[in-house]
Design a protein around this ligand. Structure first.
Ligand code: PLP
Length: 394
């Protein structure tokens, strides 16, 4: 038997990818499953972005690029951060990565030493603790509450920080709750970390997907002191429907960025050359399509939350960003006699033919994540099935 490394044995596979794969497999067998697991927009990549990729190929832009990313794209990112986020970085503070996921991974490998603690607000995106463990760190969870809209506060943070705390991971707007940390709280959190030399990984993947007039604030823009401890992580995946292209980036202190470039150079070499050219088109081209996407997401969001709240035993706070609803289903799980939310999710998949991700996957049992990055028709059909299944239990 082949003995695998402890590092990889201790790593859990992504449960969101697992449930999506299971639903796909059922569909392949001809079963009509409604998928609520999607972590990606259901819209196509805008044509001008695809055209830039085609042009790159036709012009022979098909070779290795600098490990840090092509200069035009690093410049476009620096420009974007200045223009939209109020963070003034030169391109040397930017590294292009294989999606935001690899930016986070490379950041963890760059700054975490064995035994370092990394604070992760729960509910959290499934990947954070696995990456922290892989890098030798210890994830320390800080639970936010449904009553407080799943928002991390400095008071909560204070309770879990120790002299071993190296890094705090922020995700606003949040996957899975859609919570947005208000600017005032961000400032307090930033100050708290800067005073203690705690680094902040600010995952801003969903920054453009906001509703009800919410405005995104990048924590690094708040003050030079906060900027010095912050690494801003983002990607073109969600805002430009480019999940498969694998273009992300990190911007932050030069020594950390240099380390991440070194990791690129000895692991992936560089992000796909063609995708990087497409990335330039995404960041510098027309942005108007986003208005239509937001309108569709918003309609689905409202419908989904209203419908979920109308189902007995289910309550759902209104998400302010991203494209997920995170309803509380504790009463249904209890009444149905399910062992936990994993069992309930399995029941829903097998019986109601709907795929949603159990809250436990996000470190928050008793909840489910429903993605509304799917058509209104699917949402209506899937939630009707959910309603029938839940009513039968209640
Ligand atoms: N961060 C969060 C919070 C996400 O939800 C995701 C994708 O689901 C990522 C990062 C990864 O994005 P990418 O596809 O750019 O690697």
């Amino acid at each position: 038997m082949i003995k695998l490394s402890k590092r990889v044995v201790n790593m859990n596979p992504s449960p969101t990818m697992a449930i999506t794969a299971k639903a796909k497999e059922m569909r392949r067998k001809g079963i009509d499953v409604v998928g609520f697991g999607a972590g990606e927009p259901d819209f196509d990549t805008p044509p001008h972005i695809k055209e830039a990729a085609i042009r790159a190929m036709e012009e022979g832009f098909t070779r290795y690029t600098p490990a840090a990313g092509i200069p035009e794209l690093r410049e476009a990112v620096a420009e974007k951060l200045k223009r939209e986020n109020g963070i003034d970085y030169s391109p040397s503070h930017v590294v292009i990565t294989d999606g935001a996921k690899f930016a986070l991974f490379s950041l963890m490998l760059s700054v975490i030493e064995e035994g370092d603690e990394v604070v992760i607000p729960a509910p959290y995106w499934v990947t954070y603790p696995e990456q922290v463990k892989f890098a030798g760190g210890t994830p320390v969870f800080v639970e936010t509450s449904e009553e407080n809209g799943f928002v991390l506060t400095v008071d909560l943070l204070e309770k879990v920080v120790t002299d071993k705390t190296k890094l705090l991971i922020l995700c606003s707007p949040s996957n899975p709750t859609g919570a947005v940390i208000p600017a005032k709280e961000l400032e307090k959190i930033g100050k708290f970390c800067a005073e203690r030399g705690i680094l902040i990984a600010s995952d801003e993947c969903y920054e453009k997907l906001l509703y009800d007039g919410e405005k995104h604030v990048s924590i690094a823009s708040i003050s030079p002191e906060i900027r010095q401890v912050t690494i801003t992580i983002n990607a073109l995946s969600k805002a430009y429907s480019m999940t498969g292209w694998r273009v992300g980036y990190a911007a932050g202190p030069e020594e950390i960025i240099s380390s991440m470039i070194k990791i690129n150079s000895q692991s992936i070499s560089n992000v796909n050359a063609i995708a990087q050219k497409a990335g330039v088109a995404a960041l510098t081209g027309p942005q108007a399509f986003l208005g239509d996407w937001l309108k569709a997401f918003d309609e689905r969001r409202r419908y989904m939350v209203e419908k979920l709240n109308s189902i007995p035993g289910v309550t759902c706070t209104i998400p302010k960003g991203a494209f997920y609803a995170f309803p509380n289903v504790k009463t249904v799980i209890e009444k149905g006699g399910f062992k936990d939310d994993f069992e309930f999710a399995d029941f829903l998949l097998e019986n109601a033919k709907i795929a949603a991700v159990p809250g436990s996957a996000f470190g928050y049992p008793g909840y489910m994540r429903f993605s509304y990055a799917t058509s209104m028709e699917n949402i209506k059909k899937g939630l009707d099935r959910f309603e029938v299944a839940v009513k039968a239990i209640m």
